[in-house]
Design a protein around this ligand. Structure first.
Ligand SMILES: [Zn+2]
Length: 113
């Protein structure tokens, strides 16, 4: 048995925030998959993954999550620079805060200690 805690390959979308966003958009709760593909390309039970940097012990997954969060932060930053940011009613201040949070998470996954 693999004792490591991994991140889901779609680590950014797998977070609780995404689940609640999808729930409110679609009025449904997305199914929790029994097995998920990890950042290091394994298939493990959902319980062996975590979205929290401090819980992830697989080094390859930490690096994967680091890259994904940085990339997502860039995407949010690009989106928030568009003139018609009508998507989900966030303003530029909220977007900037989200970008800062995402980059902080990325740093925690990188484990810069
Ligand atoms: Zn892994």
């Amino acid at each position: 048995m693999d004792p490591h805690i991994h991140v889901a390959q779609r680590v950014v979308e797998a977070g609780a925030g995404f689940r609640s966003a999808v729930t409110s958009l679609l009025g449904v709760v997305p199914d929790t998959p029994g097995l998920v593909t990890t950042g290091c390309a394994l298939r493990v039970p959902y319980a062996m993954t975590s979205p929290r940097p401090e819980s992830v012990t697989c080094l390859a997954c930490r690096e994967h999550a680091h890259r994904e969060y940085l990339r997502f932060a860039d995407q949010v930053e690009n989106l928030s620079s568009l003139p018609n940011l009508a998507i989900s009613g966030i303003d530029s201040t909220q977007a900037a805060e989200a970008v800062a949070r995402l980059r902080d998470l990325a740093k925690r996954f990188a484990g810069s200690d």
